[in-house]
Design a binder for this molecule. Structure first.
Ligand code: SF4
Length: 385
């Protein structure tokens, strides 16, 4: 079933060029050809088709950053959002330049946690609960000794480089939606028996993972900056969840799942762990974008699958698996509005400027942040081994 996406407000850059879509595509293809191996175009799964058709590699944010680091290309054009381009800049070498086609493409979830608010929360928790800061440990990779209780920070990949750096310098670690459980287990061992984990910015990923590990809701209180802290609830918590959320995944509801199941009693429901807990509980399966892709691939022929994630990805899955019926659980269609800011005209604009020896929209993470953020990312990789 073809799904039509909503027409968004036309951006000024789109208007000013006055090119047709096919002219834009042709010009992108020819600049790409001329730049050859100097150029690598990366596309996140949530990008629109008119971008994906020009990308060399498609994937989730961490996979794409790793692919960029493994390549020899000088120009990495990241069709995704700001924190993804930052991660690519952290992992690539100094000769590689990471470029974001539209600098306004941020992530509303990542923007919900900034360094100032997280630092204030961090200091308050350390002081109130008499916790140790791993920044003072000789080797933060070792488990906590008896009677030592630490506060361990975990940041989701979907966060700014400054927060990844904060985490790296405070003995913490980055996680993705596919390894959050392993990372939390690692953190609990480093926190000690009465220690705590501060998890940001996505409350839902933290809560859903904690529940899957057997924690109760009472052991996971939420921290909202500028609100009076609920100290009793925070005191009982093993994980303190930042209040952030993804505006796309928050739209999915149990009502949508009930309606899907009424329509397709044998249907399957798979959702992303950034969805709310009641939605995750009502689904047949939950996992990262890669998990969802594999779930659809492995579903039996003829299956009806309701998916709780971004529409561009769902639409492509539906086109890829013609022997299955794959639909988005949200009938009103939900592209990620910031991912949607990467329009082909922006891609063309940066490619033509690269060709004329400009370096447009380069994302540069300061060296000190890069060093600390790399510690947190490498810690994550060492946990996965
Ligand atoms: S889908 Fe959600 S988490 Fe991903 S970029 Fe968009 S707002 Fe951010």
């Amino acid at each position: 079933m073809a799904i039509s996406l909503p027409v968004c407000e036309i951006d000024p850059l789109e208007r000013s060029r006055g090119l047709t879509n096919s002219e834009i595509d042709e010009r992108i293809s020819s600049v790409k050809k001329r730049l050859g191996e100097k150029l690598l175009i990366l596309g996140h799964h949530y990008q629109r088709d008119s971008i994906i058709q020009h990308t060399d590699l498609i994937g989730d944010s961490f996979l794409l950053s790793k692919m960029a680091a493994d390549s020899d290309s000088e120009f990495i054009v990241f069709c995704g959002v700001h924190f993804m381009a930052e991660s690519a800049d952290i992992l690539t070498n100094d000769a590689q330049k990471v470029i974001l086609p539209n600098l306004r493409a941020g992530c509303s979830m990542a923007d919900m946690a900034n360094l100032k608010d997280v630092t204030e929360c961090w200091n308050s928790l350390i002081e109130k609960f008499d916790l140790l800061d791993p920044i003072d440990r000789k080797d933060p990779n070792l488990p906590a000794a008896e009677n030592e209780n630490y506060l361990i920070p975990i940041t989701y990949m979907n966060s700014s480089a400054s927060l990844k750096a904060f985490v790296g310098s405070h003995g913490g670690v980055v996680c993705t939606s596919s390894n959050a459980e392993g990372v939390l287990k690692w953190a609990f061992k480093r926190a000690g028996e009465n220690g705590k984990v501060l998890f940001f910015p996505d409350q839902h990923l933290g809560r859903n993972t904690g529940l899957a590990m057997g924690l109760s809701l009472e052991e996971m209180a939420t921290w909202t900056p500028n609100d009076e802290p609920e100290w009793n609830a925070l005191d009982k918590s093993k994980i303190i969840l930042w209040h952030g959320y993804c505006s796309v995944h928050r739209r999915f509801s149990t009502t949508q799942i009930t309606e899907f199941r009424e329509q397709f009693p044998d249907g399957l429901v798979v959702v992303h762990p950034e969805c709310k807990t009641d939605v995750v509980n009502a689904a047949d399966a939950t996992g990262s974008t890669e998990f969802i892709r594999n779930y659809v691939k492995n579903a039996p022929e003829g299956a009806n699958i309701g998916v709780g994630t971004e529409i561009n990805m769902v639409q492509r899955l539906n086109e890829e698996y013609k022997n299955k019926e794959i639909s988005c659980l949200d009938p009103s269609i939900c592209p990620c509005s910031t991912m949607y800011m990467i329009h082909p005209i922006y891609l063309l604009d940066v490619l033509e400027r690269i060709e004329s020896e400009e370096i447009p929209n380069q994302i540069i993470v300061p060296d000190d942040e890069k060093i600390s953020a790399s510690i947190a990312l490498n810690r994550m990789l060492s946990i996965l081994k």
